[in-house]
Design a protein around this ligand. Structure first.
Ligand code: ATP
Length: 618
């Protein structure tokens, strides 16, 4: 049955003590002039009345302000040619048609957007509402992402990754104040990727709890259509992939527009830039309908032979499976699998993170003295500790911190006289006063000479954060023949998924809380300038208030909710890793990095901007 005006309308009850932000947002139940006054105060004085404004809305207002949205007029992005040949548009079409028939000429508009908030489809049976939506440009081609419009049902649902209602004066832009919107994210049924938003919009005075309930049901119906459409195709692809994996020890990929599958051999044997190059070549080969064998030169210098098998179903192409044989190894790429056992106590499988761990482990085996550098909280000490524990679980692991420079040298001297084959870490040597750094240099040089004579197996390492100039510690750095960089968290952001349970286990007592998918999405989109250390501190803050159960977006501190980036697909993460590595190899020279990857100059600049890659200047 279609909902009627009376079903959608809101019961008038007295306002609650505090606004609720329960699992899904509900329309405001307080008089609209109170909310209007709260909004006015926020816009003029910059304070939020937390007893009058729901938390989700307040967080979104802050984001809107960060994006410099003008509240009195909005400037929307317009895409004159949005992609309408997508599974989302096809899957949604019958569902939207049925709903419009049910709604008849009720004043409710059905809107479908893509993952960037660009309106793909809008259906309305009511002329007056339709004309108003045209005036506020809630129309095909215009983006209702929060960064253009501020708080609204579409953009705010996209930012939070969950069903969200925005009603009347809760909108940031004043020309939306007459509307009530309920936006629900629509996800790909297999990959879980965000595809877009289903939004229902009506006059604010008509909006009630049923609007959000109806939007959720409709989004559910679209996802079910997508399951039928894509389920068969992806199931066929998965079966073919498993068959290829079972056949032997070769590298296997399977891919289509939505999913990339890659077996362990691919991860272990291929450098990130080679993975990207192979996936690119495979994607092209998949356009054909026949099996193909291709020989490819990879960026690392390796050569590969690819056996591509397209997969078809009765309803069309489903993607393809590729087996790869490396015919020649490239620089630093082994031809045989090297099983990579997990390091104790730490998480992370992103390409750059793994590379840093492998590098430290290789230096450990040689007992090469190294410095480990990287941004604050990137995990420098954690990697050193884990590598040492893995090889010598009972061995001595001693850390000397620079926090008290007067005691620092005495402690290092004492430690160096210990007879041990354990590890010594000099932490944050960039903060040592110049005199201490000089004395330490002399002490270590002398010890190295003695150690070479006696064959001592002690492993001496130091950590430091990025240096503007090496300056006074240059001689100290030269005492360490090797250096390894630990990447910032934003360069292996997908590892947040693995890090969160490990960090929660560190900071919470039993039973350890878990993290909902929506909260995880937010954590994966935050900037984390303080890296893993900051993520750990944020989770410690959360568990002080929630000792068990499931962590939801509302539990997260504000720093996690000022989000600015979308979650990358597996293929995009690989590409981002390859670009970062190539830039590092080229000392930051973008043209050189583009050449090594076979990209044009314009493309690498665009990708650096899109992925938010921000490397220290060299
Ligand atoms: N991969 C990881 N898995 C689990 N916990 C980690 C990981 N990396 C870092 N941590 C935790 O994050 C916190 C910060 O890490 P760590 O102290 O190693 O950073 P750092 O780079 O040495 O910091 P600083 O720059 O301040 O010296 C620590 O509590 C550490 O245990």
């Amino acid at each position: 049955m279609p909902p009627t005006d009376s079903e959608l309308s809101r019961p008038h009850r007295p306002p609650p003590e505090r606004p609720s932000d329960r699992p899904y947002d509900r329309p405001s139940e307080r008089p609209s002039d109170t909310l209007a006054a709260a909004r006015e105060r926020f816009l003029t004085v910059g304070t939020v009345d937390s007893d009058k404004v729901r938390e989700t809305i307040a967080a979104s207002w802050w984001r809107s302000r960060t994006w410099n949205i003008a509240a009195d007029h909005v400037q929307l992005a317009y895409d004159k040619d949005p992609d309408l040949e997508t599974p989302l548009v096809h899957g949604a079409a019958p569902v939207l048609r049925r709903l419009l028939e049910q709604l008849g000429d009720d004043a409710v508009s059905i809107v479908l957007t893509d993952a960037d908030g660009v309106v793909l489809d809008r259906r309305t049976g009511d002329r007056r509402l339709e004309a108003h939506l045209d005036r506020v440009q809630l129309a095909p081609g215009f983006s209702y992402a929060e960064q253009y419009v501020g708080t609204n049902g579409i953009g705010t649902a996209l930012e939070g990754g969950r069903a969200t209602g925005v009603f009347g004066h809760e909108h940031y832009a004043e020309n939306l104040e007459e509307l009530g919107c309920a936006g629900v994210p629509v996800r790909h049924p297999v990959s879980g990727h965000l595809l877009g938003v289903l939004d229902l919009t009506c006059w604010s005075r008509d909006a009630g709890p049923l609007l959000l309930a109806l939007a959720k049901t409709t989004a559910g119906h679209i996802e079910r259509e997508l399951t039928t459409l894509t389920g068969l195709r992806e199931f066929a692809l998965f079966q073919e992939y498993l068959r290829a994996c079972r056949r032997g020890t070769s590298i296997v990929f399977a891919l289509n527009n939505n999913v990339v599958m890659m077996n362990d051999h691919a991860r272990q044997l291929l450098a990130p830039q080679d993975q990207t190059a192979l996936l690119g070549a495979a994607a092209e080969a998949m356009f054909g309908s026949r099996r193909a064998t291709l020989d490819t030169d990879l960026p690392s210098g390796a050569k590969a032979r690819m056996f591509c098998t397209p997969v078809h179903t009765a309803s069309g192409p489903a993607g393809g499976v590729v087996r790869v044989r490396l015919t020649e190894a490239g620089a630093g790429v082994p031809l045989l699998p090297s099983p990579r056992p997990a390091l104790p106590g730490i998480a992370g499988s992103g390409a750059l993170w793994q590379r840093a761990c492998d590098d430290v482990a290789a230096r450990y085996r040689e007992r090469e003295w190294i410095t480990v550098h990287g941004e604050a909280g990137a995990g420098k000490l954690a990697v050193l500790r884990a590598v040492h524990r893995r090889h010598d679980p009972a061995g001595r692991f001693h850390v000397v911190d620079q926090s008290d420079p007067r005691l620092f040298l005495a402690e290092v001297r004492r430690e160096l006289t210990e007879e041990t084959s354990g590890a010594l870490v000099l932490r944050r040597i960039d903060r040592l006063p110049p005199v201490t750094a000089q004395e330490l240099t002399v002490l270590l040089r002398q010890h190295r000479k003695d150690a070479e004579r006696t064959g001592e197996r002690r492993w001496v390492t130091a950590t430091h954060q990025p240096l503007d100039r090496e300056g006074v510690i240059a001689p100290l750095l030269r005492t360490f023949p090797g250096a390894v960089e630990v990447p910032p968290l934003r360069h292996h952001i997908e590892d947040v998924r693995e890090l969160v349970p490990v960090l929660l286990a560190q900071v919470a007592s039993q039973p350890v809380p878990t993290c909902s998918r929506a909260a995880l999405q937010l954590l994966m989109r935050a900037a984390w300038p303080g890296n893993i250390g900051q993520l750990r501190a944020a989770l410690a803050k959360v568990v002080r208030n929630r000792r068990s159960g499931v962590i939801e977006p509302a539990d997260l501190p504000p720093e996690c909710r000022a989000v600015g980036r979308r979650v990358l697909s597996p293929l995009e993460s690989l590409e981002r890793d390859a670009i970062v590595q190539s830039l590092l190899d080229a000392q930051g020279h973008k043209n050189e990095a583009a050449r090594a990857l076979g990209l044009s100059r314009a493309t690498i600049y665009r990708k650096i901007r899109d992925y938010g890659i921000d490397l220290p200047q060299t």
